[in-house]
Write a protein that binds this ligand. Sequence first.
Ligand code: SF4
Length: 534
Amino acid sequence: MPIPRWSPSSEITRQERVLLKRLDRTRKLFAFLRQHRLELFDDGFQTELASMYRATGAGKVPVPPALIAMVVLLQAYLGVSDAEAVELCVVDLRWQMVLGCLGAEEPPLSQGAIVDFRARLIAHDMDRRLLERTVELAKRTREFDWRKLPKQLHVAIDSKPLEGAGRVEDTFNLLGHAARKIVTCVAAMLERTVEDLAREIDLPILLGTSVKQALDVQWSDPAHKDAALQDLVAQLDRLERWLGEHLTRQMTRPPLREAVQTLRQLRAQDLEPDPPTGKTRIREGTAPDRRVSVEDADMRHGRKSKTKLFNGFKEHIAMDLDTDLILAGVVLPANRPEEEAIPTLEKDLAHAGVAIGSLYIDRGYIRSPLVERVLADGGQVLCRPYVARNGNLFAKSEFRINLRRGTITCPAGQTQRARLGSVVQFDPATCDRCSLRDRCTDAARGHGRTVSIAPDEPLQQRLQKQAATPLGRFRLRTRSAVEHRLAHVARCQGRRARYRGSRKNVFDLRRTAAVLNLETIQRVADQADLRRAA
Ligand code: SF4
């Protein structure tokens, strides 16, 4: 069966004219989408969307993929669920106008069609194309005057926290939750109830209203808490033994395999042996890459600042500073370093044919190989340099580093050899005799002042020179546009993730970015109209 095309009329009816007039002040994107829907979803893009269905060979597709794509964009615009989106297709005239079904008494698609379409978009990486498509639309929009823009773009990259959708729990609740997931899975496989199985395996933690209620101890008392932990561990051991005896083969296959692996991962990260007693204790300190939620395997602890923590992800975007358009986006677990976002962003930028002339980043991204590549290609990197402070003592900036000669000279004139990525120690005997010693180091006598030479010291020096000039500081300030853009993403998307897992949240970021780009195109077009009218 051929994949149906979406071909709403380009003519504006009288009812649509009335609606367009009313959309002059608020929710103006509905009007823009009505007027530009056929440009956004032109023949070529509709063919690309249809290929998602052909490739899988799946059965009938009663709804044109482009129409579902438009629903997906409207969903992001208003921040509504799949179920609400289906309802709005019937009860909201603005939705009906954009979708070309004014007056329809039945929705043009089902909730299942949206879920299926989203899965296909993700599987085929077509959400990236959806975002690219908005940039292509901007290029065709006369008001952007794309030919006047530089061939190599001024690209800014930055990130913001995104709270995960999964529940974050302490060790007791995490382990109990993971055990419940296993027993629920087994109950479905064996067509029995969770309570029935919990009694058979002897798992009282699954018979209470919560794990802590079932364990019922005085949690403020360390001895009681320890006894509860031993009880919990014994029940988890019984569950593992029972599975090994009754469902050996099923434990190695989905869906039981994932549930069992989750419990084992949580036990390994949160518990450790207590050598003096031979019992189990809660791990001291936080395990690296600690999983914080049973329902969302990708969520991690992250930091907004030294003191502010959050749980979930970081959203990274790359935007063009000349047009305000978001060019690429990626979501990573919150504990991953910023530079890990660069390969995906770079790949997406290359796919969209973007050449970077200037790269505006913050210090988290400075170690990325992209920085080297931009500089090697004759581009510029704009980033605030590290400022090494040293209390009341001489800062590193008061030492003269000569990279060409490979030397460092202190304020008293003592010179040492300096290699990149090393720590230079000045001669202890000279430092002991030095009249400036009290202002330079608080090391014990017999120890000279030390200075670290960063592996990227030449780049740091370059950045310091840049930040020392008014023009350099002005250019650094232009990076704030990407921070404003991230605030727009947060406003549109909300502070909490709509989906579980990194990939689905990448989809959500890309479609949010697509909506923001469409709003930008509309704003630029409106401003041009006003200028013409003036
Ligand atoms: S204490 Fe050592 S490194 Fe510091 S200024 Fe004196 S001689 Fe130079």
